[in-house]
Design a protein around this ligand. Structure first.
Ligand SMILES: [Zn+2]
Length: 244
């Protein structure tokens, strides 16, 4: 609360009215996902925020991927999230799909929602959808086949996101059987037998986080990407109010 008042105080000096609408929109979205109580305070403090907080489009587009779940604000968070969901916010459809898939084990329903969210423009959902199709294309030799259409850089960006502490902070449930068995079946040692492993002067690829690895051919790249996806993705399923 203190932090927000400080921000609003600074903003008054800047004159909030002079800020473009899209910027106000983004500020309010950040406030709401950081602390739902501050969302209410911001709306009280500035009429511009209050006007945005009444608009359907705000709930349709707010990024709830990093929504903070404050234990003492469960109901407010629930109402906020439900409004976003009912207005078709792709990021919330994604979160709901992840919850159904990983917590309720409703594989078809969950994957359908994740796919829909991807179609509606949620980048993370598009990535997860593509990686699931990849992981589930595994054959009986442990090799994956349905390579997604996105670039290696995109895989790096998205996997960096799903392993960030903000998203992967939920450790209070077990890995799902489905992904454990996929993980066991995917041949992670595939590279050792591949031509790209034997290149005499290897080329290095630098990741977003600064670490580096030897370049791999497409087969080896997707094989390893599928394996690490299955190892990590379950950690990003967020809480969703049961029964909604
Ligand atoms: Zn290879």
């Amino acid at each position: 609360m203190e932090k927000l008042l400080l921000v609003i105080g600074d903003m008054e000096n800047l004159n909030l009215d002079s800020l473009p609408h899209t910027m106000l929109d983004q500020i309010l979205s950040k406030v709401a996902t950081n602390n739902i109580r501050d969302f209410g305070s911001a709306r009280v403090a500035f009429p511009g925020f209050n006007a945005i907080g009444r608009e359907d489009y705000f709930y349709r587009s707010t990024n709830l991927i990093f929504l903070n779940n404050w234990i003492e604000e469960v109901n407010d968070v629930r109402i906020f999230r439900l409004r976003c969901y009912h207005l078709g916010n792709p990021k919330v459809i994604y979160l709901r799909g992840m919850y159904e898939l990983f917590i309720f084990h409703l594989v078809d329903e969950g994957r359908e929602k994740i796919h829909l969210a991807g179609e509606r423009g949620c980048l993370l959902a598009k990535y997860v959808d593509g990686m699931m199709n990849l992981a589930f294309s595994i054959d009986d030799r442990g090799l994956v086949h349905n390579y997604p259409g996105f670039t290696r850089e995109h895989v790096d960006r998205m996997s960096h996101m799903i392993t960030s502490w903000k998203l992967s902070g939920h450790w209070d449930y077990d890995k799902t059987e489905m992904f454990l068995s996929l993980l066991e079946r995917i041949d992670a040692n595939f590279s050792y037998a591949c031509w790209c492993y034997k290149i005499e002067e290897p080329v290095f690829v630098v990741f977003i986080d600064g670490s580096r690895t030897e370049w791999r051919c497409d087969h080896c790249f997707w094989q390893y990407a599928a394996w690490s996806f299955c190892d990590e993705i379950h950690l990003t399923a967020r809480d969703w109010p049961i029964g909604d």
